[in-house]
Design a protein around this ligand. Structure first.
Ligand SMILES: C[S@@+](CC[C@H](N)C(=O)[O-])C[C@H]1O[C@@H](n2cnc3c(N)ncnc32)[C@H](O)[C@@H]1O
Length: 161
């Protein structure tokens, strides 16, 4: 758990630098208690951050504005998002894993199926679950991030800005 949080923190810092200067919106998938959402909104104040979860069960002061909440099963919300936000997401962060292997396999499959349609060129995807995303390639961890606790992908060939 601590290694995963450490990896999440280092990978997010790296991603903030990677997307700087590139247009696009942010998807936070798995609101939970809202801790990562809070981190994102502090570090990316100029970005539109949409939050996807099946429920709102977070700290009161971490509740996203209603018009930035996409509520429902991730398979359905991402399918709908493909129409509204196709090709617009520059950073997608997913923290949707649980301690149940069957849930993790099913969630990885849903994200893998639906996420590619919303990604912009050079989009960065960070996930606590391994994904198989068409059009993306896996990236090595930034220095210092514990391995095998977080997974990084870039959409397309990743052209330097
Ligand atoms: C581990 S928590 C996220 C923790 C969050 N990063 C934080 O900082 O508090 C996982 C979240 O994923 C959501 N979730 C899991 N499976 C889902 C699914 N199939 N569709 C939508 N939301 C899902 C759960 O409702 C839960 O809020």
């Amino acid at each position: 758990m601590l290694f995963r949080l450490e990896a999440q923190h280092i990978c997010l810092e790296w991603a903030f630098r990677e997307i700087a200067g590139r247009p696009g919106i942010v998807f936070e998938m798995g609101l939970g208690h809202g801790r990562t959402y809070d981190h994102l909104r502090i570090h990316l104040p100029e970005r539109e951050i949409y939050v996807l979860d099946r429920e709102v069960d977070c700290f009161a002061d971490c509740t996203p504005p209603e018009n930035y909440l996409l509520l429902g099963d991730i398979e359905d919300t991402l399918a709908a998002a493909a129409i509204r936000f196709g090709g617009q997401v520059i950073l997608a962060h997913a923290d949707m894993g649980s301690y149940t292997q069957a849930h993790n396999i099913a969630t990885s499959a849903k994200l893998s199926r639906r996420l590619p349609a919303v990604l912009s060129p050079n989009a960065i995807v960070l996930s606590d679950l391994p994904l198989d995303l068409a059009g993306t390639r896996s990236l090595p961890h930034p220095p210092g991030a514990p391995r095998d606790t977080y997974f990084l992908y870039v959409n397309g060939p990743h052209t330097p800005i």
